[in-house]
Design a protein around this ligand. Structure first.
Ligand code: UFG
Length: 320
């Protein structure tokens, strides 16, 4: 298929683009490089620098079989401080993209959604029919887009799938997580082992969990990418499907730190800090629906494998 990958210079978009190319698809990456990296765009992709709201229509005029839409703002804390970046950058720009897709008759969309659409869960593992009560503008903006996609699909015959990611981690060879402002647990803890920080911080050890630290569902970036390829072929005209993507297993912050110690051989000192505002105690996905519909299940579920791939990527860039 000929596919447009928006945000294909970012972490998730670039790895998915690499998987698409490996599977024989013809890939055009559109990215404004506001947070992505030009050198993360995989070999074999045609790169167009620009803003989806301005030029997606022109790019799509070439004719495409589908769009995978990753371009977005994705920091929970920033979304609370600067909600306008999220409502404009995520919602308004995606509406322009959807309009361009309809105008150009592009039949398929796979959208990068998030577990943050659910907010504080009432039940764990979280299924797709759980209430959607996002606790921050980031999650609310992604939920608004999911809703818009549903109505565009029904009205205009678009074949659409939203994939709601839990905690994406790991790396795909030379492509990995490289945020200018890093907020995610695994890269921050590995930065201690790499000598870039004196210690890791644990945001609270008084949560109602077995070891007192928050539990999350870490999904390997390669497993996540595979689900996108399956969703592309599964999508049905006029329908919008939504699937959670996680490994189904929760690991505590302390277990993640321990895995980082095992993988790196570094003692990684930790400091217990206060709880971070807005953190739920436990987030674990039920991916049963994705397994039933797409035949997908996470394969790289071993925490040491996930952390090990993130560590190999970090050492490739900055050997220690
Ligand atoms: N944490 C620490 N110390 C740190 C960083 C994180 O203890 O230095 C803890 C957090 O409190 C949380 C866990 O580690 O309990 C994971 O935190 P991350 O920031 O790595 O990830 P989140 O679970 O906050 O966020 C992820 C995605 C978001 C998405 C959210 C869905 O990164 O994009 O899941 O709930 F919105």
């Amino acid at each position: 298929m000929k596919l447009l990958v928006t945000g294909g210079a970012g972490y998730v978009g670039s790895v998915c683009a690499a998987h698409l190319i490996d599977a024989g698809h013809d890939v055009v990456v559109l990215d404004d490089l506001s947070t992505g990296h030009r050198d993360a765009v995989p070999d074999g992709a045609h790169f167009v620098e620009g803003d989806i709201a301005d030029i997606a229509g022109d790019v799509l005029a070439e004719g495409f079989d589908g769009v995978l839409h990753f371009a977005a703002k994705s920091l929970v804390g920033e979304s609370v401080q600067k909600p306008e970046l999220y409502w404009n950058g995520n919602v308004v720009k995606t509406l322009r993209l959807l309009d361009a897709m309809v105008a150009r008759g592009i039949p398929r969309l796979v959208f990068s959604s998030t577990a943050a659409t659910y907010g504080e869960p009432e039940q764990v593992p979280i299924r797709e029919d759980a209430p959607t009560q996002p606790t921050n503008p980031y999650g609310a903006s992604k939920l608004a887009i999911d809703n818009a996609i549903g109505s565009y699909a029904r009205a205009h015959g678009l074949a659409a799938v939203s994939l709601r990611y839990f905690n994406v981690a790991g790396a795909h060879g030379r492509i990995g997580e490289r945020h200018v402002v890093e907020t995610h647990l695994i890269p921050l803890v590995l930065q201690v082992a790499a000598g870039q920080r004196p210690q890791a911080q644990i945001f609270g050890d008084d949560w109602p969990t077995p070891d007192g630290t928050c539990i999350r569902d870490y999904i390997h970036i390669d497993d996540l990418a595979v689900a996108h390829l399956l969703a592309l072929t599964y999508a049905q005209p006029g329908e919008h499907a939504i699937y959670n993507l996680g490994s189904g297993t929760g690991f505590s912050v302390r277990e993640v730190v321990e895995a980082c110690r095992t993988v790196t051989g570094h003692p990684i000192p930790v400091e217990i800090g206060p709880r971070r505002a807005g953190d739920p105690a436990v987030l674990v996905a039920s991916s049963a629906a994705a397994t039933d519909a797409l035949g997908w299940r996470a394969e790289k579920t071993d925490l040491n494998t996930i952390v090990g791939d993130a560590w190999s990527f970090m050492r490739l860039r900055e050997p220690v």
